[in-house]
Design a binder for this molecule. Structure first.
Ligand code: CO
Length: 150
């Protein structure tokens, strides 16, 4: 089921999300709905607070298949990249953000099993952006915009 995406300005996007403790049917529907919602809007990532759920849950698909992360944590970063970023909660806004070039993330899958994922370039960027959402951080907080240079 496609859920409504919450837009910038709503306080929900500024909350720190809670850890997931139950890997039940409710979590599975949330993950399924988040993926459907993200795909419908042509996004590459979506975090649970963007659909109003304050849980540490993220879905990502940068064109290499679906990634579901529950309770994700960045455990290693290296390098640097600066590039354009946007967010489904901030329609029409694009800004440059500096992110690590490579990240390693430890998380759990939908069944609670521990997983580790490594990402570079766009995937590294998406991992950082989505995990930021779980702590109430938007890319706008870190971005520089063209008008900033004037
Ligand atoms: Co976003």
């Amino acid at each position: 089921m496609v859920r409504e995406i919450i837009k910038e300005g709503d306080e929900v996007l500024r909350k720190v999300c809670h850890k997931v403790e139950k890997f039940d049917a409710r979590l599975h529907s949330l993950l399924d709905d988040m993926y459907e919602t993200m795909k419908k809007s042509d996004g590459v990532g979506l975090a649970a607070p963007q659909v109003g759920i304050l849980r540490r849950v993220v879905v990502i698909d940068v064109g290499e298949g679906k990634i579901e992360l529950v309770n994700p944590e960045i455990v290693k970063v290296s390098g640097e990249q600066t590039g354009q970023e946007g967010c489904l909660s901030c329609p029409g806004k694009w800004g440059n953000v500096t992110r690590p070039m490579k990240v390693t993330v430890k998380a759990q899958d939908r069944f609670g099993e521990e997983i580790k994922i490594k990402g570079t370039e766009l995937l590294a960027r998406a991992l950082c952006h989505e995990i930021d959402h779980l702590d109430g951080i938007l890319f706008l907080d870190k971005a520089t915009f063209e008008e900033d240079k004037e």
